[in-house]
Design a protein around this ligand. Structure first.
Ligand SMILES: NC(=O)c1ccc[n+]([C@@H]2O[C@H](COP(=O)([O-])OP(=O)(O)OC[C@H]3O[C@@H](n4cnc5c(N)ncnc54)[C@H](O)[C@@H]3O)[C@@H](O)[C@H]2O)c1
Length: 264
């Protein structure tokens, strides 16, 4: 039997990259998924590829009403909600504090934290009644930047550190009904973009830095992971039978935590 047979799941930022890989793998594992993203084009493409196994909701994770719609769709379509996966994110392209123009800083902060932190808070709030009813769980996408400096500038690194706090506090508040955990992936070549307020919304991470080369040379395991390589941790945490004792944990799957080992 598959690990997620008949599980009902909402995934935010499901249109590309890691979110899309999570949707594909969850469907393979037997789940029914609501894919929530701001990009209607990406959602149409996902629906074309995966068909009736996936419901799509176009909206902004910074909106209470849009989060409510996504979670309500899961309950309407599948009769319940077992797992909410907060994953939509923006990066700051390593923009340092000294290099950020003062007139962009406040709006850039609000936009990035609005997606990376407020989006998770609003999403869990919207999902909570259904998760309590199903004794379900939350999984939040964090990052190597949730633990270490250098995976972004101060806005991104602070937002992902805030995600660790959210996992711990929400696990504490929502026990014993709802488990809350995080997954911290490392670099991957996706469509990840930055805040428009910082002028960073028109290019993707892979267009600006050679992320595959950096990972292959700089990560402890010397591999250039693809989004699919990170999704096993999500399956494990969503599958109640596999992780019934796990809450308040962040699985660091980033391969950054250990410095590369050199022979000789
Ligand atoms: N790519 C990396 O190197 C990397 C490394 C560590 C962690 N992450 C994290 O992985 C997660 C997924 O990012 P990705 O790399 O797959 O990027 P991605 O851009 O391919 O996917 C993110 C999706 O979120 C959507 N999105 C952005 N803002 C939104 C909003 N306001 N409302 C709804 N949807 C919105 C985008 O349309 C996009 O489809 C993020 O939380 C990111 O911080 C990425």
């Amino acid at each position: 039997m598959s690990w997620l047979e008949d599980n009902s799941v909402v995934v935010t930022g499901a249109g590309s990259g890691l979110g899309r890989a999570i949707v594909r793998r969850f469907v393979e594992e037997g789940a029914q998924v609501v894919a929530f993203d701001k990009s209607e084009d990406k959602l149409h493409d996902l629906k074309d590829k995966l068909g009736d196994t996936v419901e799509t909701v176009a909206g902004d994770v910074r909106s209470t009403a849009d989060n409510d719609r996504a979670c309500a769709r899961a309950v309407e379509a599948f009769g319940k909600l077992d797992t909410f996966i907060g994953n939509a994110g923006l990066w700051d392209f390593n923009r340092s504090l000294p290099d950020t123009p003062a007139e962009q800083l406040a709006s850039g902060f609000d936009e990035l934290f609005g997606v990376n932190v407020k989006g998770y808070v609003l999403g869990v709030k919207a999902a909570l009644p259904a998760l309590r009813a199903s004794r379900g769980s939350v999984v939040l996408t964090l990052s190597n930047a949730a633990f270490y400096p250098g995976g972004g500038g101060p806005l991104y690194v602070a937002s992902k550190h805030a995600g660790v706090g959210l996992v711990k506090q929400l696990a504490y508040e929502l026990a014993p009904e709802v488990r809350v955990n995080g997954v911290a992936p490392g670099g991957m070549d996706t469509d990840l973009r930055g805040p428009a307020a910082l002028g960073l919304s028109d290019t993707a991470i892979g267009e600006v830095i050679p992320i595959n080369d950096l990972m292959a040379q700089g990560s402890a395991l010397r591999i250039a992971p693809q989004p699919e390589d990170y999704v096993g941790a999500y399956v494990l945490l969503a599958a109640k039978a596999q992780s019934v004792t796990v809450t308040g944990s962040v699985f660091d799957v980033s391969s950054f935590g250990i410095l590369p080992r050199f022979n000789g």
